[in-house]
Design a protein around this ligand. Structure first.
Ligand SMILES: NC(=O)c1ccc[n+]([C@@H]2O[C@H](COP(=O)([O-])OP(=O)(O)OC[C@H]3O[C@@H](n4cnc5c(N)ncnc54)[C@H](O)[C@@H]3O)[C@@H](O)[C@H]2O)c1
Length: 251
């Protein structure tokens, strides 16, 4: 208990899935977590369920102006920001033959541009006290699939952007460390809905499970525990690194 005691944490896409699970663990370890999401109904419901140390702010992570407002709001309410978790993303399915240019660009805007905007907006405030930025990539950054051309490319951009921002922070000696998280297939509402939309949901879930050498999918807490480590001072010497927790998928 208390591994992130008193830390002010901003976490995008916290309404459900891995973001919700991470918020729950962070709060259990003593943090105050501001979750944001463009799904207002689900975000408010989740924040309510997470209790008095959770707050909710509506945010489309692709909107630069909203990032400015959110950081100003956090500074006004709490005076500082210790941790930024860039978790929100979309998965765009399809091969080079199937995916439209619009959908390819949408994947990059939500998954990559949002992290650029988040880091750029938060760093002036975070630099005052030091802290930790956690960028969600995926095992799909390393292990490609014919039907994930946009997501593979977008998620692969994140570890490299993370390295560059980490080097900038190290050069500035601002005390901010920046790392990437690469989950394997984890059963979240998003993954379940993809399966439900297929002709044979059980077969697709089985396929996801077998893609990992360990033969099964992970649980949201498998990633939440990593987020707690990266948010805590236990990870104070880690920066620019990519942490794969993926049942061996990216080996
Ligand atoms: N679940 C997995 O198997 C898996 C595997 C590898 C990586 N990841 C990554 O982990 C992160 C979380 O995944 P998840 O499965 O929990 O996803 P999810 O779809 O269940 O949750 C994502 C959340 O982000 C929100 N969101 C989407 N677009 C947004 C936008 N423009 N602005 C604000 N919020 C927005 C959604 O409303 C949702 O609450 C993502 O970055 C994902 O790419 C997930």
């Amino acid at each position: 208990m208390g591994r992130v005691e008193g830390k002010i944490i901003l976490l995008t896409g916290g309404a459900m899935g891995l973001g919700e699970a991470a918020a729950k663990r962070l709060i259990a370890e003593g943090a105050r977590v501001i979750i944001t999401d463009h799904n207002v109904e689900a975000g408010q419901k989740t924040a309510l369920a997470l209790g008095e140390n959770a707050e909710f702010l509506e945010q489309d992570v692709t909107a630069p102006g909203r990032w400015t407002e959110i950081i100003a709001e956090v500074e006004q309410r709490h005076g500082r920001l210790d941790v930024l978790v860039n978790n929100a993303a979309v998965t765009v399915y399809g091969s080079i033959a199937d995916v439209s240019y619009e959908d390819f660009k949408r994947c990059f805007t939500v998954d990559v541009d949002s992290i650029f905007l988040g880091c750029k907006s938060a760093l002036p405030l975070m630099s005052k006290t030091g802290g930790s930025i956690i960028n969600f990539s995926s095992a799909a950054a390393i292990s490609a699939t014919a039907d994930l051309v946009a997501y593979n490319a977008a998620k692969a951009a994140i570890p490299m952007m993370t390295k560059s921002i980490a080097l900038h922070c190290a050069r500035e000696k601002n005390g901010v460390r920046v790392n990437a998280v690469l989950p394997g297939a984890i059963l979240t509402p998003n993954v379940q809905s993809v399966a439900d939309a297929s002709s044979d949901p059980d077969a697709l879930l089985q396929q996801f499970a077998l893609a990992q050498p360990v033969g099964h999918m992970g649980e949201p807490d498998d990633i939440a525990h990593l987020v707690v480590y990266l948010a805590s001072d236990e990870s104070k010497f880690a920066t620019g690194a990519s942490f794969a927790v993926d049942g061996g998928l990216s080996i």
